[in-house]
Design a protein around this ligand. Sequence first.
Ligand code: UDP
Length: 194
Amino acid sequence: SIPDWRLGGLLAHPKYKRVLVKLSGEALMGDQGFGISPDMIKYVADEIRSIYDLGIQVAIVVGGGNIFRGIAASSYGMDRTAADHMGMLATVINSVALQDALEKKGIQTRVQSAISMHEVAEPYILRRAVRHLEKGRVVIFAAGTGNPYFTTDTAAALRAIEISADVIIKGTRVNGVYDSDPEKNPRARMYDEM
Ligand code: UDP
């Protein structure tokens, strides 16, 4: 099933000129439990388009948990750095898929990767990323921070500060900030309710 969050409604406030959208890898996977759902990525691209059409500059950080999570593999005995490199490559796969989906909606995009791979993506260069945003291109930041032992949430916070984003919006499986994981704890409470 396709969820019903509406980024346009959240961001229709004129104070937001530049936003960073953090999408977990799982936000692209839909009901299929792994990988990228074609319907879901089209839905996400439509949502991005709805805020782009408001004239807001949009940068995106995508996770990789729908494909590979370093910490899970390291718990099965894999070297953590190798596993995290795989996790970061998973974010590049998602970034390229999202780029394709956005370009199908008529939006110009650039992928900038924190791990060099010149044939696939530009390197991350702050000033160049800002220039792309100013020219109305959506910039997708791939490969997280480029360092093992971090997550793409850290990358989202880091890139948001670097590009001077007005706000970070997070697209994830749960609908708010809870005191524990609501998918594991039925009594988890959302901070709004406390
Ligand atoms: N990762 C990393 N460094 C980073 C960002 C990500 O090593 O700066 C690796 C890590 O293995 C992580 C995986 O990439 O498990 C996928 O990212 P994340 O778990 O943040 O994705 P999400 O939960 O948002 O789908």
